[in-house]
Design a protein around this ligand. Structure first.
Ligand code: HEC
Length: 150
């Protein structure tokens, strides 16, 4: 026969087994938007970037073509303020690409290129305050697209 103490211990063990470990340890909080750990240079999201969405974002949201030549022939106007990105995927690793999208001022404080994942939007309409130009997932999509340019 089970002693009362053993019975309590068994019940507790069963409760943990049923609830699973996640009930005990709260889920890790996602980092705040605009936060990037430059010492890790890790992807910003668990979901892999989508190069097709990235290509679209580069044209419509990043306005990257205003400064860069890219292999996007359906767009007529490509700027040359920045270097051509035609083969940037063979020059730079995804982590290096990510750093340049998140905050190129880390590499060159005088660059005219905007920091796409940094909260530096000031004096903008209220709804944009504290926002970043791209979301974490959009940064990953753009990086995935650039990595295909070889
Ligand atoms: C206002 C102009 C401007 C815009 C807009 C801009 N860039 Fe840049 N970018 C530059 C310049 C200039 C450089 C050269 C590096 C520097 O200034 O330090 C550069 C460098 C880069 C590099 C590094 C290239 C290399 O060969 O080292 C990448 C990658 C890049 N940009 C991607 C992008 C993407 C993707 C976008 C859009 C999401 C974008 N840029 C938008 C001006 C711009």
């Amino acid at each position: 026969m089970l002693t009362p103490i053993t019975r309590v211990a068994l019940a507790a063990a069963l409760a943990v087994a049923v609830a699973g470990p996640t009930a005990a340890a709260p889920r890790k909080k996602a980092p705040e938007r605009g936060y990037y750990d430059v010492t890790r240079m890790a992807p910003l999201t668990d979901q892999k970037g989508d190069p097709v969405k990235g290509r679209d974002l580069v044209v419509k949201k990043g306005l990257c073509l205003s400064c860069h030549q890219m292999p996007i022939p359906e767009e007529a106007d490509h700027g040359d303020v920045g270097p051509t990105l035609d083969e940037v995927g063979s020059r730079l690793q995804p982590a290096e690409l990510r750093l340049r999208i998140v905050d190129p001022k880390i590499i060159n404080p005088d660059t005219p290129m905007p920091s796409f994942y940094k909260k530096e939007l000031h004096r903008v309409a209220k709804k944009y305050e504290g926002q970043t130009i791209l979301t974490a997932q959009e940064v990953e999509d753009v990086v995935a697209y650039l990595a295909t340019l070889k």
